[in-house]
Design a protein around this ligand. Structure first.
Ligand SMILES: Cc1ncc(COP(=O)(O)O)c(C=O)c1O
Length: 455
């Protein structure tokens, strides 16, 4: 067992290929359906919105997909990211557990999101696209795409969920600094936005609504494509650089995780971490590996949602995806972890959950901030409110080890820093945060509007 605190890889050890779980799934993913015909969609249906290379990756069953040199060259700015052993947190908790975390906060925008943003902008640019529209929750994704746009000289338009636009002005200014245009969603720039504002001028927005706006923007302009920062298979694919590096680093440390925890909004950072490991569970090498997906109690998609076909957005513009869903019309309470406020979830994570290969847990927001503060005081890093969900459950598992005396190895997917989220910490310290109850009635209402799909 290696006693170092930090396990660093060299620039030339950035993975050369992304890992595609679709090659190793025990059962294939359910097809994505056309919202009109309810039949499986083909590449031509997606071509108005996405680069063809990304569409191919979405359905590919090739195990390894080469990372273009141009993308690896930009990854060099911050990759490989460090894996840390959290000795000081272990001591503070007085636990026999060994806690590791892989920190994605050193990227220029401060999270895991540029791992896919850079790849997506690269493929679009290569296919002649000049402008990309997207949505963002907390602003992490928007700022990552803005950064990637600046890397390749592609114009970026971001629809930012209104509640986060108000809570997090600095992310908007970051986007502006990288040359992107960011508006509050629902906005007056699209028909969808104008319709929503006519019904509710004070609408706090949701990721589902912002997606509708960005999709409408892209679908109505020839020079523009759409980009999604989570959920889709190709996004999870690009994020596997996290897990591939972590696997090597855990090997350097001389350990293999018993438990991997991460937060899930659409599922991309955590899947990026655990997919290269879950391969070992599927092939029977590591049958006891536990993978815990953590979500907010106020938006409990996997723990309390239905596994059904649903739209990815509020205005029903996207194809139908089989996933756990709270209903495309569900507007989650305004918790500070804006990136976890989504009604659906990555089909790959949902499928693995159905197959019994991963678990899910929901937590309230106040205990996540408690965990984030404890982590900051022990390890120094101030984490994004989203990441605090992963840290909460990582600490809970370490405390269980304290009770049982077991020395388990826990690996936390640390998705980003919280430097632009200090208003949320301020609200926590001044006792202004609320723990929202499970919004049962609102979810029931939203689920009543699921599309009807023949069995
Ligand atoms: C720091 C951070 N972590 C996690 C998430 C959740 O997204 P995903 O589940 O796709 O990783 C977000 C989304 O904005 C984020 O900003």
């Amino acid at each position: 067992m290696d006693k170092r605190t930090k396990f660093s890889l060299d620039e030339n050890q950035i993975p050369t290929h992304w890992y595609n779980i679709q090659a190793d799934l025990p059962q294939p993913l359910p097809p994505v359906l056309h919202p009109g015909t309810k039949k499986p969609i083909g590449p031509a249906d997606l071509a108005p919105l996405f680069a063809m290379e990304l569409i191919k990756q979405e359905v590919s069953t090739e195990r390894w997909i080469e990372i273009p040199d141009e993308v690896r060259d930009i990854y060099r700015l911050w990759r490989p990211t460090n894996l840390f052993r959290a000795y000081r947190l272990e001591k503070a908790l007085d636990t026999p557990a060994k806690i590791f975390y892989k920190y994605e906060g050193t990227s220029p925008p401060g999270s895991h999101k540029p791992n896919t943003a850079v790849a997506q902008v690269y493929y679009n640019k290569k296919e002649g696209i000049k402008r990309i529209a997207t949505e963002t929750g907390a602003g992490q994704w928007g700022s990552a795409l803005a950064f990637a746009g600046a890397c390749f000289g592609v114009e970026i338009k971001v629809y930012m969920v209104a509640v986060s636009y108000q809570q997090k002005p600095y992310r908007r200014i970051m986007m502006q600094t990288w040359g992107a245009k960011c508006v509050s969603s629902p906005s007056r720039d699209t028909r969808t936005g104008r319709d929503i504002l006519a019904r509710d001028p004070n609408c706090p927005g949701s990721l589902g609504m912002a997606i509708s706006e960005a999709v409408e923007d892209a679908a109505t302009r020839d020079d523009t494509h759409y980009s999604l920062g989570s959920v889709l298979n190709h996004v999870l694919l690009h994020q596997t650089v996290i897990g591939l590096e972590a696997k090597e680093q855990m090997e350097m440390a001389g350990v293999y995780p018993d438990i991997i925890v991460g937060c899930i909004g659409g599922g991309s950072n955590f899947a990026g971490m655990f997919l290269p490991f879950i391969k070992d569970k599927i092939d029977g090498t590591k049958p006891d590996l536990r993978i815990i997906n953590v979500e907010p109690e106020s938006c409990p998609t996997v723990t309390k949602g239905l596994y059904a076909y649903d739209f990815g957005d509020e205005a029903k513009l996207t194809p139908l995806i089989k996933m756990y869903t709270l209903g495309h019309g569900f507007i989650p309470p305004p918790v500070h972890a804006g990136g976890l406020r989504y009604h659906g979830m990555a089909p790959i994570i949902c499928h693995l959950h159905r197959l019994g290969l991963v678990e899910a847990r929901a937590v309230h927001q106040i205990p996540t901030f408690e965990a984030g503060v404890q982590f900051a005081r022990a390890e120094g890093i101030i984490s994004a409110p989203e990441t605090d969900h992963a840290i909460r459950v990582g600490i809970d598992e370490a405390l269980k080890c304290k009770e049982s005396g077991e020395s388990k190895t826990i690996l936390i997917a640390h998705s980003g820093h919280g430097h632009v989220d200090m208003a949320a910490y301020d609200a926590y310290f001044s006792g202004k945060l609320e723990d929202y109850e499970y919004p049962e009635a609102k979810i029931k209402e939203a689920l009543a509007d699921l599309p009807k799909v023949p069995a």
